[in-house]
Ligand binder design. Structure first.
Ligand code: ZN
Length: 97
């Protein structure tokens, strides 16, 4: 097991947890039809950080991967939305029907 692989695994776990927090706070939305995550463009980053801090303080299992450190979580929340479109990509694909 290479250390780089371990780091990559940890990074993906942190990212997955951050996506879950973003979904819970409304920063990201999940299409009820396709399950695709998208960015509704609300960008309530402050509100999301408040919830993130609360979850970390409560030692919520959702954020267990961050081990009581909210900084990497809020950092991820800040950059997370850039990777997503403003609508579900599969809804967009079938739009016009
Ligand atoms: Zn969809």
């Amino acid at each position: 097991m290479a250390p780089t692989q371990d780091t990559a695994d940890r990074q993906s776990r942190l990212r997955e947890a951050a996506v879950q927090v973003a979904l819970r706070t409304g920063l990201l939305k999940r299409c009820p039809v396709h399950g695709e995550v998208y960015d509704p463009g609300q960008h309530d980053y402050q509100g999301a950080c408040m919830v993130a801090g609360y979850l970390v303080n409560q030692s919520d299992p959702l954020v267990a991967a961050f081990q009581d450190d909210r900084v990497p979580l809020t950092d991820l929340l800040r950059t997370l939305c850039r990777g997503y479109g403003s609508t579900c990509p599969r809804c967009s694909a079938v739009a016009g029907g």
